[in-house]
Design a protein around this ligand. Structure first.
Ligand SMILES: [Cu+2]
Length: 563
């Protein structure tokens, strides 16, 4: 019989005696640095546009040539420099927090040609614990860059269904990003590594950067046609948790299970914002735009900002049609929120951006990490900018027509805390099953979560609309259909529903590329399977959990858009 997922109970709900026997990877000791040192909070500024965040330098007209390489930067004043990996645009990334501090700025309707050349070490260094059961070429460093949220051909997507072995030392991946509207309006995308079985490690090592698309409304300047903050008052905030060794190196724990290096989730005990540990941000008492990306491997953020109110104006798919006040932002890995914050009533005050445990039905085994960064509100406004939040926006509310087909996709966890531990979609390993949507059609995909925790499901190629989440009897569904590797795909859970479908949350108004599939629910999304102009069927992509430890082992499947 399948060892169904009781991992969370075993690891985090158990008493002290059981906790002592826990693997080092997930035990409670994760909240304390191994050597017991503590880093002081709020003693360095967060990199912001013009002061640490820079626009990537093109290598030609609408062309970028990045080199992945190892660099070293001091990420906290009390730490020695940290070696990590970055996308170098040719500038040498001087003075920045690697590519954490860099953004490509693209324009809707203007295609880009981009290349990525592997100039990293041949083999994984000791600080990156590869699990060679999961990688196609053992401990050789293979990279594969994916434009997250990109509407691109399969060959430019950077996905391991098309390029299983990725790219090796000295090799170059060349891609074409059409930035084609309406699928690709002004929005915040990001590009990060997607190497098969090594995404968690290559991203942990630093291979991630922002990709901002502008258009005639969302110009990034101030003033702009839609009356939102721009220039120095628009601030990208990439939030990631990390652990450090006392010598400044990143720490990625390994499993205590024999023959296993992979761990179920990576949770840090310090927070990085734009690549810096627990920084502070100086703001003027006026309206700001924060563009927040949860770039963590596994941590689901639940963010709040003292007494300041947050008004969300967009998510992964770009701006919405109107602003929505939100009390807190619950962002799983890879989710983005575009928010306006009015500091005009906080002159002279100090606020803290805090993270708390997400409330039910979101579920995560993450240990607490409550502080993100400090915000120091000054008393002087240099440039007044817009004084109020606009009442309407030029973006989109997700409103796709009825689907022609519904697909049922299960999320399973198999034999946790054993040498055979893995996660999967549709009871199969990566590549053993596939979906084949017809080009131009609309489909509903139903993610049926049979595990204990929330999984952020990311769809390549298409942005989706969240239709809703339906509570269901997980055990009855599993009893009816379960196999040794979980419940296969294609089996409608509707007869097992225990209540009506719950509507999407206020943060799920527009199009998204990552959706929280919560435990105890099946989550329905709707997508339209268009391809960029000039791209013909068939085109192959992947969809997967964006807890990158899960993605690597082995919560990912293929889909091919067909004629
Ligand atoms: Cu997952």
């Amino acid at each position: 019989m399948t060892n169904i997922s009781r991992r969370r109970f075993l690891v985090y709900g158990a008493g002290v005696g059981a906790a002592l026997a826990l693997p080092r990877a997930t035990g409670p000791a994760i909240a304390v640095a191994p050597s017991g040192f503590e880093l002081e909070k709020f003693i360095q500024p967060v990199p912001v546009p013009g002061a640490g965040i820079v626009v990537a330098t093109p290598s030609g007209a609408n062309q970028y040539s990045f080199v992945q390489r190892q660099i070293s930067r001091q990420l906290h004043p009390e730490l020695p420099p940290t070696p990590f990996w970055a996308y170098d645009d040719g500038s040498g990334l001087t003075g920045q927090a690697g590519s954490f501090g860099m953004a490509v700025v693209a324009h809707s309707g203007t295609p880009l040609q981009v290349s990525y050349t592997h100039n990293l070490p041949q083999n994984y260094p000791a600080w990156i614990p590869v699990d060679t059961r999961l990688t196609p070429l053992g401990n050789q460093v293979r990279v594969l860059t994916h434009l997250h949220g990109g509407f691109v051909a399969g060959s430019s997507d950077g996905n391991p269904a098309v390029t299983a072995n990725g790219f090796g030392p000295g090799q170059t991946q060349t891609v074409y990003y059409p930035n084609q509207p309406p699928q690709q309006p002004a929005q915040l995308l990001w590009f990060h590594d997607h190497g098969l079985g090594a995404t968690r490690l290559n991203v942990f090592a630093g291979l991630a950067a922002a990709y901002i698309i502008r258009d005639g409304f969302d110009t990034g300047t101030e003033p702009n046609p839609i009356g939102i903050p721009g220039g120095a008052y628009e601030i990208p905030l990439v939030i990631q948790d990390r652990r450090f060794n006392a010598d400044g190196t990143f720490l990625y724990p390994t499993s205590d299970i024999g023959g296993v290096t992979w761990i179920g989730e990576y949770f840090g005990n310090v927070m990085l914002v734009n690549g810096k540990v627990w920084p502070f941000l100086n703001v003027e008492p006026r309206l700001y735009r924060f563009r927040i990306l949860n770039g963590s491997n596994a941590r689901i953020l639940s963010l709040s900002l003292g007494g300041a109110s947050l008004v969300q104006i967009g998510a992964e798919g770009g701006l919405w049609d109107l602003p929505v006040p939100v009390k807190r932002l619950v962002l799983a890995p890879a989710e983005r929120a575009d928010v306006l914050v009015d500091f005009s009533g906080f002159a002279g005050q100090t606020l803290v951006l805090r993270n708390s445990r997400p409330s039910s039905p979101v579920s995560t085994p993450a240990p607490s990490l409550s502080t993100v960064m400090q915000i120091r509100v000054g008393s002087k406004v240099n440039q007044p900018g817009p004084r109020t939040v606009p009442t309407t926006l030029p973006g989109r509310k997700a409103d796709l027509p009825a689907p022609v087909k519904t697909r049922y996709i299960t999320l399973n966890e198999v034999d946790p805390e054993t040498a055979g531990w893995f996660l999967n979609l549709n009871a199969a390993h990566f590549g053993e099953t596939a979906e084949s949507p017809e080009v131009g059609t609309v489909e509903d995909w139903v993610y049926i979560n049979l595990t204990e925790d929330t999984h952020p499901m990311h769809t390549h190629l298409f942005m989706h609309q969240v239709i809703g989440r339906t509570p269901f009897n997980v055990d009855a569904y599993r009893d009816a259909y379960g196999t040794s590797t979980g419940v296969p795909g294609g089996l409608d859970p509707t007869p097992f529903a225990t209540g009506p479908m719950e509507p999407p949350g206020p943060g799920e108004r527009g199009f998204k590329d990552t959706v929280k599939a919560n435990p105890g629910y099946f989550t329905t999304i709707r997508g339209k399977f268009d391809l960029p102009t000039g791209v013909t069927t068939p085109q192959t992509y992947v969809h997967h959990c964006h807890i990158v430890e899960h993605e690597d082992n082995d919560m990912m499947q293929t889909f091919t858009v067909v004629a």
